[in-house]
Write a protein that binds this ligand. Structure first.
Ligand code: NI
Length: 178
């Protein structure tokens, strides 16, 4: 009986393998039709840090609830890549968060007009009514860093806008080169 079970289990495993192989083949074909994703090779690095700095690293890893140092360092590198994209003026992704008083005369129309002027950059926006007076709006944008900064500054300077923050992110192109 154990032998039969073993055989069934083996067949089951083989079937799973075939399915996995087919999925892999489909994925590879799909990738070759778009942009091929390189299969990442993991490189082991050894770095030297002074003891206090190493302790700080471990504290940061713990505080950010990473599984290990490698995960933390990977994200540090990715964060630097995103910063580099912004510094070099590449096409990036950014989200503007606005807090404003909608009772301010004409403000809603001005904010809408600014977004229409940048319609090619605006991907989506979300409006939340915080209370009787205050509104929050999140505007997801794609474009050159200067354009997004200029738009954020333009919105911040409007009377009634109490906070305008631009969160930096990436289209992901630079991050995919792993
Ligand atoms: Ni509102």
């Amino acid at each position: 009986m154990p032998r039969v079970r073993q055989a069934v289990k083996g067949k089951h495993l083989r079937r799973n393998f075939v399915v996995c192989r087919d999925v892999l083949r489909i994925t590879m074909l799909y990738s070759s039709n778009t942009e091929a994703l390189p299969i990442s090779e993991v490189v082991r690095l050894s770095i030297s840090l002074e003891a206090p700095l190493a302790a700080e690293l471990d504290r940061l890893v713990d505080r950010a609830r990473y599984e290990n140092r490698s995960e933390y360092v990977r994200d540090l590198v990715r964060r630097s890549l995103v910063e580099e994209e912004w510094d070099r003026g590449r096409e990036i992704l950014g989200t503007i968060t606005l807090i404003y008083d909608h009772h301010q005369a004409g403000l809603g129309d001005r904010l809408t007009a600014l977004q229409h002027e940048h319609h090619a950059n605006v991907l989506a926006s979300t409006h939340v009514h915080l209370d009787h007076h205050m509104c929050a709006e999140m505007i997801m944008m794609r474009g050159k860093p200067d354009v997004l900064r200029h738009l954020t500054d333009g919105m911040r300077s409007l009377k009634g806008v109490l906070h305008a923050a631009l969160a930096y992110s990436s289209t992901g192109k630079a991050l995919r080169k792993e």
